[in-house]
Design a protein around this ligand. Structure first.
Ligand code: COA
Length: 258
């Protein structure tokens, strides 16, 4: 599919989505959110794709937030609907994909940009990256999951401080508080993400999807994550990947997952 504000590239089983509005620091306007939603759906349905890397174009920003110019005159009803539809079509959707998604944060990840990175399964950042949820400086709160996912990742106190001060933290601080897993130079960011993707791709796609569901269950209201783990664990025993993985181990060879 042809997109206006994003670039989708596929190399064997690895896909990369690049948000491509560098002049607006890749701010998420409506078209970009819709295109991202369609692209993630397309890649999730492509059985050949094993890992997705999400990044921003240019050297300055991953995503500098939701596009402020689009919602500056919104009513209460429109604001509620903006947040609700964003959750549904993109942010919750990405979190619950069965294909692993790595956010490669190459610069500013602010507001909706950090929220998008937090919806990904994990994050790496280049050393120039700056992250924050500045929404209260605009008289609004994070509306794409930031008030929920930031405390999950960095703890309640740190999240409260970041949200209340509307400040930005460095890549080093983000790593220290668990918001990102690794820091690289800008040049090394995508090769490093690809290296992680290659490691992931050696493992069972089915088991990885089951693990994503089990881990996410821990954060679902009213769901007992341990019970989800028990069920998902059991289901693995009925898969070809389990037969291949255990046989390969016992036969002292590398598994060949389909
Ligand atoms: N929404 C809409 N446009 C945005 C944007 C956003 N979230 N973030 C940046 N842009 C636009 C700017 O308006 C500017 O456009 P222009 O050249 O047509 O005027 C362009 O991107 C470049 O941004 P600029 O502010 O000139 O770059 P800078 O290097 O001086 O500052 C930031 C970078 C990230 C500090 C600054 O752009 C900023 O504070 N952005 C908003 C961050 C934010 O509050 N995000 C949360 C939104 S809910």
């Amino acid at each position: 599919m042809n997109y206006k504000n994003i670039i989708v590239q596929k190399k064997d089983s690895l896909a990369q989505i690049t948000i491509n509005r560098p002049k607006k620091l890749n701010a998420l306007n409506k078209i970009t959110i819709n295109e991202l939603s369609l692209a993630f759906k397309e890649l999730e349905e492509d059985s050949n794709i094993r890992v997705i890397i999400l990044t921003g174009s240019g050297e300055k920003a991953f995503v500098a937030g939701a596009d402020i110019s689009e919602f500056a005159d919104f009513s209460v009803k429109e604001g509620t609907s903006l947040s609700k539809s964003g959750h549904e079509i993109l942010f919750d959707y990405v979190e619950n994909l069965s294909t692993p998604v790595i956010a490669a944060i190459n610069g500013f990840a602010l507001g909706g940009g950090l929220e998008l990175a937090m919806s990904c399964h994990f994050r790496i950042a280049s050393d120039n990256a700056r992250m924050g949820l500045p929404e209260v400086s605009l008289g609004v709160i994070p509306g794409y999951g930031g008030t929920q996912r930031l405390p999950q990742l960095v703890g309640k106190g740190k999240a409260m401080e970041m949200i209340m001060t509307a400040g930005m933290i460095s890549a080093k601080d983000a790593k220290e508080c668990g918001l990102v897993n690794h820091i690289t130079t800008q040049e090394e960011l995508l090769p490093f993400a690809e290296g992680l993707a290659i490691k992931i791709m050696k493992n069972s796609k089915l088991a990885i999807s089951a693990a994503i569901r089990a881990v996410n269950a821990n954060f679902e209201d009213g769901t007992n994550g341990f019970n989800v783990e028990i069920d998902e664990f059991g289901e693995c025993f009925g898969t070809e990947d389990f037969i291949e993985g255990t046989s390969a181990f016992l036969e002292k060879r590398k598994p060949n997952f389909k």
